[in-house]
Each structure stands twice: as C-alpha cells, then as structure tokens.
Write a protein that binds this ligand. Sequence first.
Ligand code: NAD
Length: 267
Amino acid sequence: MTDILQPTTDTGLSQTPLAGKRALITGGASGIGAAVARTLASRGAHVVIADMDQDGAAELAGELNGSSWAVNLLDPDAVTDRALASAMDGVDILVNNAGIQKISPIESFDPADFRRILTLMLEVPFLLVRAALPGMYASGFGRIINVSSVHGLRASPFKSAYVTAKHGLEGLSKVTALEGGEHGVTSNCVNPGYVRTPLVEKQIADQAAVHGIPEADVLSKIMLTESAIKRLVEPHEVASLVAWLASPDAAMVTGASYTMDGGWSAR
Ligand code: NAD
C-alpha cells in the first residue's frame, strides 16, 4: 500500500525507463502489436511476443532479444488457469492487443463470428488480466494497457461484434484500474482511429462491398470522414503512447482512455 503523505520522485529523462521490466504483448507479431514490442524493447523492457503466427512471433522476438509464445488465444486449452499462470509469471506490463474484424449487417452477422470476436477481444483480456494481477500485486507494480479503439467510444454500422467487444474492454479496463490502484497497478485503454496495418488493409474490400462503393473511395468516404486530420495513424505513433503509459511517468494515469484518432471523437 502506498504512503499517501510521501512525495514520489521525478523519474527524469531515462532513455530506458522500462529496464528490468517484462512486457507481454498479445498479437505482437504484426501491426500495432509489433510496433509496441519494438518500442517497449527500445525502452529497455524484455518483450514476450504472444501470437498465433508462430514464425512471425519468433522472428521478431529474436530481433528484439525477447521471447515468443506461440499461442492461439481462441484455443480453450491454451488459456487454462495453469497455462496462463505460467505465461504471466513475472509479467510487469500486459498489452492486450490481439484483435480481428468482421464487417456485416447485424441481420446477417454470423453468431459464431460474434462469439469468436467477443472471446478474443473481451474474454481473453479478462483471463489474461486475471492471471497477471497476482504477480503484479505481489511486486507492487503493474501496467495493463488495453488496445481499444475509437470504436470503444463510438459506433460504426456493420461492426456489431467489434464495437461491442471494444466497449466491453473499456469497462474491464476501468474495473481493473479501481481494483489495482492500491497495489501499484494501473489499467488504461488506447483508442486509435484507423491505423496503417494488415487489419485495415484487409477491411477495405469488405467496406467497399457493404457500402456499395469502389475500394479506392473507402479511405476518404468511410474511414477518414470523421477525422479532422485526414490520414491513417501510424503503428509507431500508437506504440509511443503505449510506452508512455507503461513508464513510471504515467503512474498517476489509470482508468483512462487516450484517443489517437485525428479528432474523430471530438465530434
Ligand atoms: P493485425 O491484424 O495487424 O495484427 C493482429 C495480430 O493478432 C496478428 O499478428 C495476429 O496473428 C494476432 N492474432 C489474431 N488472432 C489471434 C489469436 N486467436 N491468437 C493469437 N494471436 C492472434 O491488427 P492490428 O491492426 O495491429 O490490430 C491490433 C489491435 O489494434 C486490435 O485489437 C485492433 O482492434 C486494434 N485497433 C486497430 C486499428 C486499426 O485501424 N488497425 C484501430 C484501432 C484499434
């Protein structure tokens, strides 16, 4: 328990504020997760790349002197209490990032897809947080960073499962913040708009089909209509925000949701 009368020290401008910390990033082999792994490693953390892309995870882990955990987080046998207790052993920073997308109107949305998205993007983060907290409480330090989305705060048509999962993740993050506060554990969301990653590239054809427009118009007519700044977010920009939230400088930031959406949610 922290002594509320004692001032905390200025952590200064250390180049490696995460030295000695172990960070696990789900979906760390691609896109935002890979950028987060690179940035956290560059700030001194030992990174664990958790991803179903076994080769991609191993390759990036090798490059960053980290480790990899080849795991399909949708496989119930991979997320048993025992498996997660072992995976979370010594983890100081947990980045819940793995995610998928499905574009379809509700009336034709396959319930199996809805469940899959809710499992991967809401239930699995809960299970990982649940497994990580005992060790974080014991050490008196922890950072949970949930890669949410502007869709954790705003809705778009044809994304019922994704928007539902991200709104749920916002709730999980806030409850974690309230329970973790007295143990030195913070929990926050980052909320990007559209980021230049394979997830978005794959979405362009589906968005064109469901909206009945050419693929070339998807960026200007669908993805960037709400943003004041008309460009995609870059993965390294999201990673920089995650690294700050993981750092000692952000010790008083918890239960928050930081947008990086070019002004979309200012409307
Ligand atoms: P991406 O497709 O580039 O990467 C996702 C990674 O997750 C991949 O490496 C994939 O192998 C892994 N993954 C998927 N299913 C998995 C499973 N069952 N088990 C283990 N690993 C699995 O995606 P991205 O764009 O980098 O998205 C990362 C996160 O950022 C997601 O949660 C997404 O919702 C969120 N996000 C993305 C954007 C965007 O525009 N790209 C915007 C806001 C939020």
